[in-house]
Design a protein around this ligand. Sequence first.
Ligand SMILES: [Zn+2]
Ligand SMILES: [Zn+2]
Length: 263
Amino acid sequence: MMTERQRKFREQYRAAISRYYSGWVHIGVMYSAGITAIWYCVSQLQGASWEWLLLVPVLIAGNFAEWGMHKYVMHRLIDVFALRAIFDRHTRQHHQYFTDNDATIDTVREFRIVFFPWRVLIVLAVFGVLFAWIASVLINPNAGYIVFIGMIGHYMVYETFHFCCHVHDNWFVRNAPFINTIRRHHTAHHNMGIMMHVNMNLTFPIADWFLNTSDLKRGLLGHLQRLQRRACHTRAEARDGALSHVRNAGQARHARWSSAERG
Ligand SMILES: [Zn+2]
Ligand SMILES: [Zn+2]
């Protein structure tokens, strides 16, 4: 059930969307630019082989970058122009619009509150070119193109997975591996009580598992696949258990270390 406050916020937000805004143009431009960039980089490769392995470190770094941006920029007010705008857009708008009580959209116009604005892709492309250039100088041009493919590809996955978190329940989001996982993970994150602390990943909850900022108390595999039978991992449990879990995690780790020292 949506609260009165959330309903009001949604009404105001929707009324403020420019009449020139089109959800299809918004995501059409974003996906075409991203896919064209990836296609171009693939077409420039010359006999790439082992260089594809670079995707592993790039995607792992991307997973931690996504975690860090979400925790330390999107949920922390830093009073510098662009960073403050990101905080406003995420903590003050996205998280008012969607709560764990009602986390879905009904119309294409609401794409505006789900997808990042185009400038995020542009900023990412600038950093992508920089890292790709460094890789091309240090290793070879194939490496440069593959680094760029990894960065843009990760972003496309991020937007797609996050979108899947905010659509109405359907067969696909219930059954697609990884998407059903992140949907539970991110809906729990939309709980106002825990949003500043846990479930910061938006693609695969690897950094959340590694850094102990997940509402689940499971290993990596348990984080990556959603086990339907374990129905006890619900939002209510997230709400009640997450904060104490996060607090206890530090102590537990400490206890493990000291017992390891003793043993
Ligand atoms: Zn969200
Ligand atoms: Zn958030």
